[in-house]
Ligand binder design. Sequence first.
Ligand code: SF4
Length: 205
Amino acid sequence: MAASLIPPRPTLPALREAAAGCQACPLWKRATQTVFGEGAVRAPLMLVGEQPGNDEDLAGHPFVGPAGKLLDGALEEAGIDRREAYVTNIVKHFKWEPRGKRRIHAKPDLVEITACLPWLQAEIDVVKPVVLVCLGATAAQALLGRDFRVTRQRGQFVPSSLAPRVTATVHPSSILRAPDDEARRAERALFVADLKKVAQALSAA
Ligand code: SF4
């Protein structure tokens, strides 16, 4: 567990520095670097995804690849200033499998997620977001319970000790995987609709 690495009275820079050397689960071995969360220290909104992807692993920053670009556009369309958002992931190292020369995303397992959660909890403790949004089933089930179903409960606010308002929607990478343009447009519209509810919650806070 990463808990023993959390510095006393942590700040975001201190957490980022400590997480850079984390070896609390095996994922660090095959990843380029720890990809810690980024955003303002008192960001009212925290967006929590699953794990860094290939682009994020190489760049060392969360949500900088195609899914991150889709997220940026959807936030803008929903009327949310990107600077209001602290973006992070449940798991801070890229888990992948080789396919030819490419590194393909592999889902983190429960042991890896559990090992990494103290970092996210520390980020939440420091940032204290007003609204927390889980992006995708992995984040939602890790934070809201194994029974949470994004397909059924997306866009609903649920009681949680993590933040005053907590909800979940799909991960933007799932929109990119839609089978055709029409499906992608429809999925993106639903995503923006969920984010508009988040914008309302932020403005009501
Ligand atoms: S995935 Fe999380 S717990 Fe595992 S080594 Fe990386 S930072 Fe540590």
